[in-house]
Design a protein around this ligand. Structure first.
Ligand SMILES: [Zn+2]
Length: 261
């Protein structure tokens, strides 16, 4: 029985910004690339599921966790690092955006923007252990507290299953682990994202704009700043305009995998 060719599949080590782990991941194979194509044109949850599977099946470490444990112990920002690594090990470090439109309205010409991912890579890593084990309590009202945390992939899937994919609050929900509150009889109760997802969403939507500001600030200071990003700097060959932006490499990854670019 034919069991496949002897092909040397490229691998790289990817340090994660939040959990303190480092995974070895390997390049995608053509069959995996092809099976992704059909999943892009669905709703958001199948895309996220596919992305999580692709990343997980590319991890080569012998002691890698089960898929369920991977979703539980990997943060959404750690997945960003893994997607970037998967991109580099599969397609290389050179990055091309075809038909990039110059942002200078006087020019507006299209050109092919070519850069190197490693040149623009910025990684801020949480150095003292696993950021996902840290929680911050903030008081929203006399009898209402929110516990702020970094979302895991498991949280993301739970929220996406429970709400509409176009829910503009999606990113906000994921910053809160649970609420602690007291009812009329002064009993202390908890409402958690994972255990009571539907009620949790109702609770989030009852909050006030000043609560949101407090949650967002606490999240940004303690969690959100740890991650990877790719800064792109380029000069328009037609007018000399300097372009600077942060590359959405998850989106670009899917565009490339799906052959849309
Ligand atoms: Zn231009």
């Amino acid at each position: 029985m034919f069991t496949g060719f002897q092909i040397q599949v490229p691998e790289i080590a990817v340090p994660l910004p939040q959990s303190g782990k480092t995974y070895r991941i390997r390049s995608l194979r053509l069959g995996e690339e092809a099976s992704t194509k059909s999943s892009l044109f669905g709703s958001a949850l199948p895309i996220v599921n596919k992305l999580n599977q692709l990343v997980y099946q590319s991890i080569m470490d012998e002691d890698k966790p089960s898929f369920e444990d991977f979703l539980r112990t990997t943060s959404t920002k750690d997945r960003d690092a893994l997607v970037l690594g998967l991109y580099q090990v599969t397609y290389g470090n050179e990055y091309t955006m075809n038909d990039y439109t110059c942002s200078n309205p006087q020019c507006g010409q299209k050109y092919s923007l070519k850069t190197y991912l490693s040149d623009g890579l910025v990684m801020e890593r949480f150095e003292t252990g696993d950021l996902m084990s840290i929680k911050k309590d903030i008081q929203l009202e006399d009898n209402l507290f929110a516990v702020i945390k970094q979302a895991s992939l498991e949280d993301e899937v739970a929220i996406m299953k429970a709400t509409d994919e176009n829910d503009k609050m999606l990113d906000f929900y994921l910053k809160i682990d649970k609420f602690k509150y007291s009812d009329k009889d002064n009993n202390t109760l908890e409402l958690s994202l994972l255990d009571k997802t539907i009620d949790f969403i109702v609770g989030c939507n009852q909050l006030l704009p000043r609560h949101k500001k407090l949650v967002n600030t606490t999240y940004a200071e303690n969690f959100g700043k740890f991650g990877v990003r790719v800064d792109v700097a380029y000069t328009c060959p037609h007018c000399g305009q300097d372009e600077k932006f942060v590359l959405d490499f998850v989106k670009q990854f899917f565009l490339l995998v799906c052959g849309l670019e």
